[in-house]
Design a protein around this ligand. Sequence first.
Ligand SMILES: *[C@@H]1O[C@H](CO)[C@@H](O)[C@H](O)[C@H]1NC(C)=O
Ligand SMILES: *[C@@H]1O[C@H](CO)[C@@H](O)[C@H](O)[C@H]1NC(C)=O
Ligand SMILES: *[C@@H]1O[C@H](CO)[C@@H](O)[C@H](O)[C@H]1NC(C)=O
Ligand SMILES: *[C@@H]1O[C@H](CO)[C@@H](O)[C@H](O)[C@H]1NC(C)=O
Length: 369
Amino acid sequence: MLLGLTLVVLSFLRFSVNAATVCNGHTELCDRSYGNITYVGAHNSYAVGVNNLAANQDYDLKQQLNDGVRLLQMQAHENSGDIYLCHTAWIIQWGNSAQLPQDRYETTYDFHLTYNLRYAVQTWMDAHPEDVVTLLIVNSDNLAATQFASVYVAAGVDSMSYSPKSASLSASSWPTLGSLIDAGTRLVTFLSTTASFDTVPYLIDEFSNVWETPFNTVDNTTFQCKRDRGTGDTSSSMYLINHFLDTLVLGNPIPDVVNANLTNAANGTGSLGEEVAVCGGLYNRYPNFLLVDYYEYGGGSVFQVAATANRVTYTGTVPTPKPTSGSGGPQTSSVDTGSGSGGRTSSGFGMATLFAICCVIIGAFSVFI
Ligand SMILES: *[C@@H]1O[C@H](CO)[C@@H](O)[C@H](O)[C@H]1NC(C)=O
Ligand SMILES: *[C@@H]1O[C@H](CO)[C@@H](O)[C@H](O)[C@H]1NC(C)=O
Ligand SMILES: *[C@@H]1O[C@H](CO)[C@@H](O)[C@H](O)[C@H]1NC(C)=O
Ligand SMILES: *[C@@H]1O[C@H](CO)[C@@H](O)[C@H](O)[C@H]1NC(C)=O
């Protein structure tokens, strides 16, 4: 009896001390299953640059998170046993200049996975203890899960990572956002290949948990809701829509920045709002992840669309799009593995130029080979 009372008091204390009251910015989301929420995702989140052939975003990871992006998609490649972010063989893109001094990573997060996780993701999450963030890693070189785990440990984000009870979960089996936050396991990572539940349970297999619609769409009237990749049941699994529009340059898909305002819009032909409504109607559930390029195009419309799907009110703002220069040197995404592609770089770096040149080389390769 006394023990029972003590437990009740203790659990009450625990509850009142720890329970999150605002989750991902909204009180209403705390009791909602992680799998019953719509999140905005940044396609090639690290691929930041202006007038850069390799860019998919204008603003860096911290700004993306500040503005409401809650899924960061990135493509990983190996170099000398270490993991870098880019959209093709790193050596061609970066050469040895990938070995940069740490102080630069601290300000730019750069293309090294460890530093992206430590200086962007972890730093931001520490400052925002009531937010759940999702990473989607496209494992282009099929690196072992243990290799990613070493990076997670080095970056100090393993302890804040969520490990599910089983290798795959239906959408409704996910814990609530509030319980993820209360448990301090607020980082959810999906790995596109080589996930090993028995070895590293927090690197969650993407395709048995989240299916995806087609990617590299080049005609704004053909965004589709059909399952392109993934094994999950469309009626009960989480899903991601690849809602970014490409245009073809030398046969390679690159982001169609000119139409990005319309693509990201809340309504209209080819808009994000339209696809979310159509897919939501088809499956009786809205998409969980809305993967977009240049998320700030549309003036916050992508967040408006997610808020509407989540039945909450969007009150945020986004920065203005960074103008592309002159003849609009197109910004590339990639050639590849779907929810992933592209590279990153900050404007003003010689690196950006190198990256652009390399992308041209890659483009030429794919044309001529
Ligand atoms: C997109 O919309 C913004 C205003 O939200 C505007 O400043 C910009 O010029 C538009 N860009 C294009 C390419 O239409
Ligand atoms: C389309 O979206 C814009 C911007 O959010 C909004 O002002 C307008 O009322 C919407 N139109 C329709 C038909 O829903
Ligand atoms: C669709 O794409 C065409 C061709 O690029 C463009 O002219 C049109 O404005 C786009 N419409 C929308 C709604 O994105
Ligand atoms: C969440 O559940 C509501 C109510 O069933 C549903 O309308 C909505 O589409 C769901 N959203 C997601 C992302 O599952």
